[in-house]
Design a binder for this molecule. Structure first.
Ligand code: CP
Ligand code: NVA
Length: 299
């Protein structure tokens, strides 16, 4: 059976915790992992822009002894009418795994279905699982075991939110999501996570979500591919993370953001550039978390 890394929900709690533990070990001792991808070629396909994902995967693959091959979908036949299935079958003959950042989650599922090699979801319109693995590692570095902790999300119920929702029952943290009704997160993912035991609440009042939070998180108001920027700005303004939100949270709460950030939109500069912000530790962990994911796929 080919292993893929498409969504947090596809894995057991034990598997995910093992991946985070391995990411910690890799971060502490990167030289011991230099041969994990020896001789392996990894295709990295981008349909959308990227800074962190592109560089952290490329550097991570090189540090694990593999060879990354960066592909912009516009330069590929996939962007000119070749089917996903044919692309999957052809790439499976040349490389050992495919990392893809795609517009459509359905397309990634199709790619995985027809690949005989592992496929990694590096962000789709539905989810961003690599980000959440790095985020959980980051939280635990700063605040210890995430189990039982209060994680509060502010703003758009987007792809990053969905991966947080899927992680809640797996890691056993409480998740409060403050968002406007029009931008509620994926209801199917939410129902599935709640059924699986996730303690997840959707709130309209950002103050209620902030109360006693151990971690305050937000993301951009307009994700890549979103078209209704003005409407989103109007809807999301009340969910901006500012000093008042941070004051309602625990005194040692941390602030996280997957980046790229828009200062004074989803978060005020004083918070993201302030002492509670761990956004650059969070970004760094993309490297370690993804090395751990790659190792898992080839183990
Ligand atoms: N957080 C994240 O995925 O960043 P990039 O879009 O820069 O890859
Ligand atoms: N929600 C954002 C995340 C960027 C890393 C987007 O999809 O654009």
């Amino acid at each position: 059976m080919v292993k893929h890394f498409i969504d947090i929900a596809d894995f057991s709690s034990v598997q995910l915790k093992q991946m985070v533990a391995e990411a910690r070990a890799i971060k502490a001792n990167p030289n011991s992992y230099k041969h994990v991808l020896k001789g392996k070629k990894i295709a990295m396909i981008f349909e959308k822009p990227s800074t962190r994902t592109r560089v952290s995967f490329e550097v991570g693959i090189v540090e694990l002894g593999g060879t990354p091959i960066i592909l912009n979908s516009k330069d590929m036949q996939i962007g000119h009418g070749e089917t996903i299935a044919d692309t999957a079958k052809v790439l499976s003959r040349f490389v050992d795994a495919i990392m893809i950042r795609a517009n459509s989650h359905v397309m990634v599922l199709e790619l995985a279905k027809h690949s005989t090699i592992p496929v990694i979801n590096a962000l789709t319109d539905r989810s961003h699982p690599c980000q959440i693995m790095a985020d959980i590692q980051c939280f635990e570095e700063h605040r210890g075991n995430i189990k039982g902790k209060n994680i509060a999300w502010f703003g758009d119920g987007n792809n990053v939110t969905t991966s947080w929702i899927e992680a809640a029952p797996k890691f056993g943290f409480n998740l409060s999501i403050a968002c406007p009704e029009a931008l509620d997160p994926d209801s199917q993912a939410l129902q599935t996570a709640i059924k699986a035991g996730g303690n997840i609440s959707i709130m309209r009042d950002p103050k209620a979500a902030a109360k006693n939070a151990d971690c305050v998180i937000t993301d951009c108001w307009v994700s890549m591919g979103d078209k209704d920027a003005e409407n989103r700005h109007n809807l999301l303004q009340p969910y901006q993370v500012d000093q008042n939100i941070m004051q309602l949270a625990q005194s040692d709460a941390i602030f996280m953001h997957c980046l790229p950030a828009h200062r004074n939109e989803e978060v005020v500069a004083q918070v993201i550039d302030g002492p509670q912000s761990v956004v650059f530790d969070e970004a760094e962990n993309r490297l370690h978390a993804q090395k751990s994911i790659l190792k898992y796929l080839f183990d």
